[in-house]
Design a protein around this ligand. Structure first.
Ligand code: ZN
Ligand code: ZN
Ligand code: ZN
Length: 375
């Protein structure tokens, strides 16, 4: 199964990531990082424990000390098999023991700790009780760029996920659209993503006709008709790394206006891509794409940011949005996805994942950005 092949990272890679995270935390004035099961834990350790458990699993990174994974004893054998485990001390606890006291013993009370956004409130409340005078910060707010710059192996995985999404588009453009429900086309997309190696499908947006004007519309029972614009936006994880691409197709011959709006979004997407270079601020990518749409008089109809980062999740920092001054760094990966949404009528969105190179940007999606006519 290509979809479940392990990521090509070594124990040393994970050790280096944990060391870098601890250093970055210290630079940000944090006394420790408390990492719950989820994308940060996967990225730091290679360990993906069940997230739906009330038993505490927590990676404790204290600058200057060895990383410790607090883990329920019954999960410890699995944790010990994680690729990053050689860089970790496992601190097992059994039912009836107090995992919060054990965690607190690893930390100095009074510090400011970064904690995963998805940590359970019950765990945080119990830690607060154990460690009076301690304050907490959102790990994502405090260290937004922790996972943002990808190394060569990560870039290869993202490119492979992008290629699988592109292969999915090349197949889906051949299926019949007219007379079928959005949900049926979405099921085809999910099937294709898995066929091309995805282990997880995160979204399969099929937004036809007026539904395309709502960027939040995922999929419904609407029967697609001839004359519809259809926004397709899909992605998920392949070998642990994300894909996310949008193309807008038309069922049969488009009107002049539909063609004009599609061309406009394509020009905006090109402008956003062209703004990608090391040192440019994230907001410059948004501004470049938005200016094209505003100049054409459609500014009120581009109602979301231009892009988001991608990695071990399909949405993460950095965000291409006005006000984000973070400079682009080679190895960052994010979407460039402007859109125009005409209420009650139709929408157009075109999205590629782009990575920052030494002198510009490189697309990880490369299916045609011209309007594709489907049946
Ligand atoms: Zn039409
Ligand atoms: Zn998307
Ligand atoms: Zn996206």
């Amino acid at each position: 199964m290509t979809g479940t092949a392990p990521a090509p990272f070594t124990a040393d890679d994970y050790r280096a990531r944990m060391a870098r995270a601890a250093r970055t935390a210290a630079d940000a004035g944090l006394a420790a990082l408390l990492v719950a099961p989820g994308p940060d834990m996967v990225w730091l350790t290679g360990y993906a424990p069940p997230a739906e458990t009330e038993r505490l699993t927590l990676l404790v990174l204290v600058p200057g000390r060895d990383p410790v994974l607090v883990v329920p004893a019954l999960e410890a054998p699995d944790a010990a098999k994680a690729v990053g485990a050689p860089g970790l001390a496992l601190r097992g606890w059994t039912d009836g023991q107090d995992p919060y006291a054990a965690t607190a013993s690893l930390l100095d009370a009074g510090g400011r700790f970064g904690i995963s956004d998805n940590a359970w409130a019950m765990h945080l409340l119990a830690l607060q009780k154990e460690l009076p005078g301690t304050s907490y910060a959102s790990l994502t707010d405090a260290l937004p760029m922790l996972r943002a710059v990808k190394d060569a192996a990560e870039l290869e995985l993202l490119a492979a996920a992008g290629a699988a999404a592109d292969a999915t588009f090349e197949e889906i453009r051949k299926v019949p659209f007219a007379g079928r429900r959005e949900s049926e086309v979405a099921a085809d997309i999910a099937h294709l993503l898995r066929r091309f190696g995805h282990s997880q499908v995160d979204f399969t947006i099929v937004a036809s006709g007026p539904n395309g004007a709502n960027p939040h519309h995922e999929v419904g029972d609407r029967v697609i008709e001839r004359g519809d614009m259809v926004v397709l936006d899909f992605g998920g994880l392949k070998n642990g790394y994300g894909s996310d691409t949008s193309r807008t197709v038309h069922v049969g011959e488009p009107t002049d206006e539909e063609r004009r709006v599609h061309d406009l979004v394509r020009a905006a997407q090109e402008a956003g891509f062209s703004a990608v270079r090391p040192g440019a601020a994230c907001q410059e990518v948004d501004r470049a794409a938005r200016a094209v749409i505003e100049d054409a008089g459609y500014g009120d109809y581009f109602i979301h940011r231009t892009g988001h980062g991608i990695g071990v999740t399909t949405h993460e920092p950095p965000y291409m949005i006005e006000g984000e001054e973070q400079p682009l760094v080679p190895g960052m990966c994010f979407s460039v996805e402007p859109g125009v949404y005409l209420p009650g009528r139709f929408g157009v969105r075109i999205e590629d994942i782009v990575t920052v190179t030494e002198d510009g940007g490189r697309r990880l999606n490369d299916t045609t950005r011209e309007m594709v006519i489907v049946d």
